[in-house]
Design a protein around this ligand. Structure first.
Ligand SMILES: *[C@@H]1O[C@H](CO)[C@@H](O)[C@H](O)[C@H]1NC(C)=O
Ligand SMILES: *[C@@H]1O[C@H](CO)[C@@H](O)[C@H](O)[C@H]1NC(C)=O
Length: 293
């Protein structure tokens, strides 16, 4: 079974210019660029991928396309969360059959589930697919805030991984230092990336890596693999302002805007969401240029 680790890109979903469809060529070009930069995995259909803007058919299409373009070079972790068990099951079964290495499951995000309900949902997905599950912990969107011990208890029903987008550094520390025999926590909060890798996280699921894949991979090699904190700090000084910027705005809009200012066409966002305004475009452009120095 695949060992997920390293820089796993929370992939954007490129659209055609009228946003009526996923743009296959743009998606393929982006995936080539990311794999060439050395990223270790692709995570389509998450928050950065605007999954709430996609139909079920498009979510399946996106998973299939990413698996096709990745062509076995890096694992694909398909976002398959939904508002009901039936929806999430359908997407997860589809992703597993299509060849996804794992599924990333965010629980229902309008009405919060409780821990018992969450375990029921994840157990059904586990039984029906057999692929590893990455639990997507994002309390700000789901209303479900679990303690580190509760998160680790998801291993009882076969959950192996966790994307931690809680922004809670002490909770991440507890998961890494005290609960790693039960569940493997990936950092999923941009501005905590340096800390998470330095504290021993096996990887990060990271939206900024769409824009700065080389820097993201270099940070991983330097901090997580070599343990060179001094050099890692220099790299983080470049990446951090971009991470802070992305987290200060609509995240998917900020990532797509960051790509556009570096000349990569994304097709923009689906209404009602819009790209960032001109002053912010200039701001992110200069942050990206500074990072490239
Ligand atoms: C979740 O809610 C159900 C239904 O009210 C209840 O039976 C169960 O004990 C709750 N679980 C937790 C962990 O609160
Ligand atoms: C948590 O891990 C740290 C570092 O390994 C250890 O010193 C501490 O005793 C652990 N705490 C608990 C509650 O297990």
């Amino acid at each position: 079974m695949v060992d997920l680790h390293g820089i796993m890109v929370a992939l954007i979903t490129p659209f055609t210019d009228d946003q009526t469809a996923i743009d296959e060529h743009r998606l393929q070009a982006l995936i080539e660029r990311l794999i060439k930069a050395g990223v270790h995995g692709l995570v389509p259909g998450g928050s950065t991928g605007e999954f709430t803007s996609l139909t079920i058919a498009e979510r399946k299409q996106l998973t299939e396309l990413v698996i096709k373009y990745a062509a076995g070079r890096v694992p694909v972790i398909a976002g398959t969360g939904g508002l009901t068990t039936a929806e999430s099951l359908e997407l997860s079964i589809h992703a597993a059959k299509a060849g996804a290495s794992a599924v990333m499951v965010v629980p229902p995000f309008y009405d919060a589930v409780n821990l018992t309900e969450l375990k029921g949902l994840l157990a059904e997905i586990k039984d029906a697919t057999g692929v590893p599950i990455v639990y997507y912990n994002i309390p700000s969107a789901t209303g479900l805030k679990l303690s580190p011990t509760e998160l680790a208890s998801l291993s009882e029903i076969g959950v192996r991984y966790l994307k931690d987008t809680s922004g809670d550094g002490p909770a991440l520390t507890e998961l890494l230092f005290n609960l790693s025999d039960k569940i493997t926590a990936f950092n999923g909060w941009d501005t905590l990336t340096f800390y998470g890798l330095a504290a021993g996280a096996r990887g990060g699921i990271w939206g900024a890596a769409n824009i700065i894949p080389e820097l993201a991979v270099e940070l991983w090699e330097t901090v997580a693999v070599k343990g060179d904190l001094k050099k890692g700090r220099e790299l983080w000084a470049k990446a951090w302002p971009i991470c802070k910027f992305l987290e200060s705005h609509n995240y998917a809009a900020a990532v797509k805007t960051g790509l556009e200012v570096t000349g990569i066409q994304t097709g923009g966002l689906r209404k009602p969401f819009v790209m960032l305004e001109p002053e912010l475009q200039s701001e992110v452009k200069s942050l990206i240029q500074n990072a490239a120095r």
